[in-house]
Design a protein around this ligand. Structure first.
Ligand code: AP5
Length: 212
């Protein structure tokens, strides 16, 4: 099974992807995470990518497609795509890539959420740099900024601030939201209310995936 999580920034794509892969044994591919990992090298390309990410714009399709192709070719199980495709070019390239690999896309889960609810979520987000687990200091009762799974100190992402959120949201509306009708026309889009509690959102996802 191959699925896409399509949603504005901070809607809960990473949170739901982690739940999906633990139940359905799929591979989670987050282009945002792949890019953040690539930033650990201190070269000119990394500096350029970092600047683009902090400005809320999209990294070039060429870089993204190279990353995705490598990940898809090595995936032995189904895939949950988180943060890709993010525009029409990427969506069409992904279709061609799946065709070459003899695979198909099964569903696009559109996590819909009001802008202000997503914005509120970004402020308290913390991420574990070791295992990738995502937390929210404001919405969960946390006294220490330590990962509950591996006890590493949690970090904030550089783009976790209101100003960058606004820019990312603008980019989402302009470049990514047209994919809602793109996948609706193909009969693949399933809309889920992502403003609900994490467990409620996941229950709705389960209902959909059990039918796919
Ligand atoms: P990326 O890392 O993909 O960022 P994003 O799309 O902005 O999404 P986020 O990771 O911020 O949020 P999320 O939806 O995963 O929410 P989360 O689960 O963490 O991309 C970063 C940048 O990389 C882009 O801006 C771009 O520059 C570049 N990039 C990436 N992919 C690209 C591509 N394909 N092409 C070009 N450029 C690309 O949840 C958020 C918070 O809310 C957490 O604290 C969580 O605990 C909490 N939360 C989650 N669900 C709930 C809930 N139901 N109730 C309460 N709290 C919740």
């Amino acid at each position: 099974m191959n699925i896409i999580l399509l949603a504005p920034p901070a809607a809960g794509k990473g949170t739901q992807a982690a739940l999906i892969v633990s139940k359905y044994h799929m591979k989670h591919i987050s282009t945002g995470e792949l890019l953040r990992k690539s930033l650990k090298q201190d070269d000119d390309i990394s500096k350029e990518i970092k600047q683009i990410m902090n400005s809320g714009k999209l990294v070039s399709d060429e870089i993204i497609l190279q990353l995705i192709e490598k990940e898809l070719e090595s995936a032995e199980e189904g895939v949950v795509l988180d943060g890709f495709p993010r525009n029409r070019v990427q969506a069409i390239e992904y279709e061609e890539l799946l065709q070459r690999l003899g695979q198909k896309l099964d569903a696009v889960l559109y996590l819909s959420i009001p802008e202000e609810v997503a914005k509120a979520r970004i402020i308290g987000r913390r991420t574990c740099p070791t295992c990738g687990k995502i937390y929210n200091m404001q919405m969960e009762e946390m006294t220490e900024e330590l990962c509950g799974s591996c006890h590493t100190s949690l970090i904030s992402r550089e783009d976790d601030n209101e100003e960058t959120f606004d820019l990312r949201y603008e980019t989402y509306m302009r470049e990514t939201s047209p994919l809602i009708s793109f996948y609706q026309e193909k009969g693949l889009l399933k809309e889920i209310d992502a403003s609900l509690k994490t467990e409620e959102v996941f229950k709705r996802i389960e209902l959909i995936l059990n039918e796919v």
